[in-house]
Design a binder for this molecule. Structure first.
Ligand code: UD1
Ligand code: MG
Length: 429
């Protein structure tokens, strides 16, 4: 039977350099929290059964987010914060008697992928390690903990920059802060941590030395792509990570047969699936979880805000915003429209400037619009939800529709047109 994994995610630190009221791990890329990237990457391995998030700074905010988003994640408070080892220790009681593996990592590394985590776990198992630490070789290793090896190349310890000798500071292999432990063998290391170091903190890194000193096998796994360990500490790094993610997603989609006319100005969240032969035009922004079919045309200047499911051969044109909406095949929303909390059938034509009015500002409630196959809305129509527009129904241009329109009918709200002849001449006099 495959071993199960539980994770400890360190997220109690202040994130001072963000200069923010929002805790660092709740800052977002493509409208998704940094912490969510880490938890999703773990959950997507299919091996992580439970995640313990160590919170401290703005603990309530982080806990609220975790509770409403994940069933298999639980927060544990670290107060005061006495270092990374002390942070991990806060989940120690939860892991009492656990016989599987524990992965420990930071909550601010959104670029770490599920594929890398899987390789890391496989390597750990293949080598029968008691502990594996993920390392990286950096041209500029400053500020990181260094991987110190014995003359025969075996891992010896991790030494923090502030505790390192000049010789150790030259080491380019660094600790990324991701560890996998055979919990049964290594859990005791946490009972032997002390704060006899330059920062007077309980260092998590000291578990490596404990493992080796106790005759257990510890190895490093060298990251193939260094950017995966990129930790976010500032707004500038947040933007850099977003850029990396943007390129990664666009390249992957293009490899899979999606045309992206201008990758530089096209932003697509990693949780968006797009099928082949769809074309995404410039200045398109797609955030959250979405699914787009084959042969669609999206943009230019389109915005999908998440929860959008689009079939095949659908057109979403310029200045169109779509949120939480299902759209079936051959439907067009070509210009200047807002479609939210809706279901559109196939072969529907949404006229320019159609708005689904889905939100009651006073009660804060949202309502649904359903438009069946072959229906059409004229330009500048407003559909006040909840509303159901039947099959083949039409809505006249400029209408405000506040009732259901039955199949095959025309819905029209329009003041009669007056024509005042000779108006120009009268005005002139
Ligand atoms: C740590 C490692 C270092 C590694 C680097 C990688 C230690 C002692 N050092 O250093 O070897 O190269 O990460 O990024 O572990 N945190 C808490 N509670 C605390 C302290 C920290 O939850 O009391 C959290 C922080 O929020 C952060 C993570 O732990 O997510 C790492 O803390 P940080 O202070 O950044 O550690 P580094 O000094 O960078
Ligand atoms: Mg750090």
């Amino acid at each position: 039977m495959e071993k199960t994994i539980k994770s400890i995610i360190l997220a109690a630190g202040k994130g001072t350099r963000m200069k923010s009221q929002t805790p660092k791990v709740l800052h977002k890329i493509f409208n998704k929290e940094l912490l969510a990237y880490v938890i999703d990457a773990l959950n997507n391995t299919g091996k992580a059964e439970e995640n313990y998030i160590i919170v401290g700074h703005c603990a309530d905010q982080v806990e609220d987010f975790v509770k409403k988003t994940y069933q298999n994640a639980h927060c544990r408070l670290q107060s005061p914060q006495k270092g990374t080892g002390h942070a991990a220790l806060q989940a120690y009681d939860d892991l009492k008697g656990f016989c599987g593996e524990v992965i420990i990592l930071n909550g601010d590394i959104p670029l770490l992928t599920t594929e890398t985590l899987n390789k890391f776990i496989e390597e750990h198992r293949k080598n029968n390690n008691a502990l594996t630490v993920m390392s990286a070789i950096l041209d500029d290793p400053s500020n990181y903990g260094r991987i110190v090896r014995a003359d025969n190349g075996d891992l010896k310890a991790i030494v923090e920059e502030k505790d390192a000798t000049d010789e150790q500071k030259k080491i380019k292999e660094i600790n990324t802060g991701v560890y996998l432990l055979d919990w049964e063998k290594v859990h005791e290391a946490f009972l032997h941590l002390d704060s006899n170091n330059a920062q007077q903190e309980y260092y998590l890194t000291d578990i490596v030395k404990w493992t080796i000193d106790n005759g257990l096998k510890a190895r490093s796994y060298v990251l193939e792509n260094n950017e995966e360990s990129f930790g976010i500490n500032s707004r500038k790094q947040l933007a850099e990570a977003a850029k990396i993610l943007q390129n990664r997603v666009n390249n992957k989609l293009m490899e899979e047969g999606v045309t992206i006319v201008d990758p530089e100005t096209t932003y697509i969240s990693p949780d968006t699936e797009i099928d082949s032969d769809t074309i995404v035009y410039p200045c398109t922004y797609i955030e959250g979880k979405n699914k787009i079919g084959k042969d669609c045309k999206i943009g230019p200047f389109a915005r999908l805000r998440g929860g959008v499911e689009i079939g095949n051969s659908v057109k979403i044109g310029n200045f169109v915003e779509i949120k939480k909406t299902k759209i079936k095949d051959h439907t067009n929303v070509c210009h200047l429209s807002y479609v939210g909390d809706s279901e559109l059938g196939s072969n529907v034509n949404i006229g320019a400037g159609t708005i689904t009015a889905n939100y009651n500002h006073i009660t804060k409630e949202k309502f649904k619009t359903v438009i069946d196959d072959n229906a059409s809305t004229g330009s500048n129509s407003v559909i006040v939800a909840p509303a159901h527009i039947g099959e083949n129904a039409s809505i006249g241009a400029g209408s405000v529709i506040s009732k259901d329109i039955e199949a095959n009918a025309l819905g029209l709200t329009r003041a009669p047109l007056k024509i005042l002849k000779g108006w120009f001449d009268r005005m002139k006099k």
